[in-house]
Design a protein around this ligand. Structure first.
Ligand SMILES: Cc1cc2nc3c(=O)[nH]c(=O)nc-3n(C[C@H](O)[C@H](O)[C@H](O)COP(=O)(O)OP(=O)(O)OC[C@H]3O[C@@H](n4cnc5c(N)ncnc54)[C@H](O)[C@@H]3O)c2cc1C
Length: 397
């Protein structure tokens, strides 16, 4: 069995980004995973999952030559963020306050996957349209087992196969997992008023509601994407209701929770739910193995940073592997330890920030309720704290 230098397991955004970035840096790399849907979407239909990409993720994708080929009419710059507390507390962060063109960009998951897949195919890298079923290291090579055909051998296997990673499970690495007891309910809404490039978030007793700006339809209708982190029982009940009941409930509750900020909101796509977890694998590496993105960690979506964190892993891994000394192979322990070290602090910081914010805003204790709203009022009046928050929101803290 011939040995490859690097095998990337998983063909989501993190896996495709890793394979493409390594290929662009002259590495011998092959990808293993199902091919995404390559059909272009209908003009006014949007993929149910959208991501707020940070400036760092945007510049990584630009470096791969992928950003500039995304259709401009499907990428929405976020010019400002409005965060509302539960007692009139409010913070507004605007891109101009930190001399930035945008705080983030909203992009559909399907569009990004398709564009990355096209670039990967055009780069000529080998793509095995298979699923991984197991992994082990035999002392000489890192071995990936597939659902069909012979196993593949490499110096380094990169696990980018998502939150339920088969490679991670086979590695025996422990996962520290905390279920929030919440689900992220996502759907697209038609808004009566234009969003003007503002992403809004409300922390309330009924959960955390975010409205992310989407492009207007050709007919001039205003669209936003909803992410509502709500208690699991309520989310499961909602997902089980008939469509008309879901639509009435969402329109009525959102009108109250958002205080009519974008006028009347009407559901215009399917309603989906994702259980929410805080997860961290005991190590981001094993012998001849590196984990990236959701295969290694998950955070609460309240800061919209899960994929951005994952693409941070990808950048650090590609730098460690492509920048190694000529006498080391890609799975050398020294190379992997450089990757581990590079990611230790950012992963810890993001975990603390998202979990800390979640705890602060889910507490009913009077001093904390007071603190979070007073804190927001204070931030609103202090430009230097605002700039620091903008850098953090943009993933550059
Ligand atoms: C409600 C919600 C909202 C979010 N919003 C944001 C946001 O605004 N911004 C942000 O940065 N992040 C956000 N996130 C986080 C983001 O969704 C994830 O971090 C991101 O999808 C991880 O990408 P990934 O490529 O690691 O994993 P996935 O997207 O899960 O991709 C894994 C890939 O591996 C493939 N695969 C799986 N098993 C196998 C196997 N056995 N063999 C081969 N291939 C396999 C799958 O087909 C898939 O292609 C949000 C998450 C939730 C739940």
């Amino acid at each position: 069995m011939k040995k490859t230098s690097i095998l990337v397991a998983g063909s989501g955004i993190a896996g495709l980004g890793t394979a493409l970035a390594l290929a662009r840096r002259g590495q011998q790399v092959a990808l293993v995973g199902p091919r995404p849907d390559m059909q272009p979407p209908d003009l006014d239909e949007y993929h149910p999952r959208v991501y707020a990409l940070s400036p760092e993720s945007q510049s990584f994708l630009a470096g791969l030559g992928v950003w500039d080929v995304l259709p401009a009419n499907r990428v929405t710059p976020v010019q400002a963020m409005e965060v509302h507390g539960d007692q009139q507390g409010k913070v507004t962060l605007e891109a101009w306050q930190a001399a930035r063109p945008a705080l983030a960009w909203i992009v559909e998951a399907g569009l990004l996957e398709r564009t990355l897949a096209q670039a990967a195919l055009m780069s000529g890298l080998t793509w095995h349209d298979r699923r991984c079923t197991g992994w082990h290291h035999d002392g000489q090579a890192s071995i990936l087992e597939l659902d069909q055909g012979p196993a593949l051998r490499a110096d380094l296997v990169v696990a980018a196969d998502g939150a339920r990673s088969a490679v991670r499970a086979a590695s025996g690495l422990a996962v520290d997992s905390h279920a929030y007891g919440e689900m992220g309910i996502v759907t697209h809404l038609e808004a009566e008023l234009p969003h003007q490039g503002v992403a809004c978030q409300w922390f309330s007793e009924e959960g955390i509601v975010a409205l992310l700006p989407l492009p207007d339809t050709r007919g001039g209708r205003h669209l936003v994407s909803l992410v509502w982190s709500m208690p699991q029982d309520q989310a499961r009940a909602l997902l089980g209701w008939p469509q008309a009941q879901q639509e009435t409930f969402l329109a009525e509750r959102l009108a109250v929770l958002t205080s009519g900020r974008l006028g009347h909101l009407r559901v215009r796509s399917g309603v989906h739910g994702f259980p929410l977890f805080l997860e961290q694998t005991s190590s981001m590496t094993g012998p001849g193995l590196a984990l990236v993105s959701d295969a290694g960690h998950r955070v609460h979506p309240l800061a919209g940073q899960g994929l951005n964190l994952g693409l941070g892993d990808v950048r650090a891994l590609v730098d460690a592997v492509a920048g190694r000394e000529p006498f080391r192979h890609a799975g050398d322990e020294r190379v992997l330890s450089r990757y581990r070290r590079a990611r230790a602090a950012p992963l810890r910081a993001m975990k603390l920030a998202t979990h800390g914010l979640h705890s602060l805003f889910s507490s009913e204790q009077v001093p904390l309720v007071w603190l979070r709203n007073q804190g927001m009022e204070l931030v609103e009046r202090l430009p230097f704290i605002k700039r620091a928050l903008i850098d953090n929101a943009a993933g550059q803290g």
